[in-house]
Design a binder for this molecule. Structure first.
Ligand code: GUN
Length: 275
């Protein structure tokens, strides 16, 4: 089994970001907004800020209290939308339940939407038009490219239908001429469907979802899950799948670094398009 580690694949995305920054008249500035102290969000936002600074981007993290009103959050976004010193805007999810996330995501100027979650970017993705791409799905494609995993004509089964991973990944895989199945918690014959996958993507958010009986021998398995189990980070894929798959992404250190790296690239791309 080949371990598909994220670091070398992420490095090529980061190098692309650094190279493209050299041709810009400004240093791109990423603004990340976090509400409250959800431990996973604190950790993710810290990683994004650290990587941005590491590659020479400007990075500002706006930490707001958990009880911030939706109006106040929207006012901050309006301010960043109008600022020439904000090239990328990302509001870390999940948001507290008194805030309507979709309203917030739709307020971000599409050209600064480095998460690719604005309906205009989502629509362009599905139409095959140039858009800011969601970071995890785009990072998954970059991972496949780095390790030369063929996608054209292959059956890609995505388990999970979230707006952040499953749905946009389906669009990107279609753009690479894969045959795509999106399975989810209500899929009645998940093991049978999963076993037909050449490339199986686990994006559910529950440890142990993908068991060895669900994997075709020799399949490539991409584990997008990040779950805490006995104080340890684990993916959605049962470790016994290592014996069946030809290649598997580790958790941590697999897809995670690709997401962060693609965010850096998106920030540079957004800044380019704002010149
Ligand atoms: N929370 C978990 N994943 C993501 C992501 O890709 N973007 C944002 N904004 N929040 C997240």
């Amino acid at each position: 089994m080949i371990e598909l580690t994220g670091a070398p694949a992420a490095e090529s995305l980061l190098q692309q970001a650094r190279d493209r920054m050299q041709n810009l008249p400004v240093v791109p500035h990423l603004h990340v907004v976090r509400l409250g102290e959800d431990p996973a969000s604190v950790s993710y936002v810290r990683l994004k800020d650290k990587k941005a600074r590491e590659i020479g981007l400007q990075s500002t993290v706006h930490v707001l209290p958990e009880d911030t009103t939706e109006a106040a959050l929207l006012a901050l976004i309006d301010n960043l939308n109008g600022s020439r010193d904000a090239h990328g805007i990302l509001v870390q999810l999940p948001l507290p339940s008194h805030i309507h996330a979709q309203t917030v995501l739709e307020r971000i100027a599409p050209e600064k939407d480095v998460d690719g979650f604005h309906p205009r970017n989502v629509g362009k993705l599905w139409l095959g038009q140039e858009a800011l791409l969601p970071c995890t799905p785009a990072g998954i494609l970059a991972m496949c490219d780095h390790y030369q995993i063929p996608l054209s004509g292959k059956h890609v089964v995505i388990v999970g239908r979230s707006n952040i991973v499953g749905k946009p990944l389906a669009a990107l895989m279609l753009s690479r001429d894969a045959t795509v199945t999106v399975a989810h918690s209500r899929t009645s014959n998940l093991p049978e469907i999963a076993r037909t996958a050449d490339v199986l993507v686990a994006a559910v958010g529950r440890a142990g979802t993908i068991t060895p009986d669900m994997v075709k021998p020799g399949a490539v398995v991409l584990d997008v899950g990040v779950n805490r189990k006995d104080g340890k980070l684990v993916g959605d894929v049962d470790p016994a799948v290592r014996e069946i798959a030809s290649a598997l992404t580790p958790v941590p250190g697999g897809i995670g670094p690709m997401t962060v790296a693609h965010l850096m690239l998106n920030t540079v791309v957004a800044a380019e398009r704002q010149q």
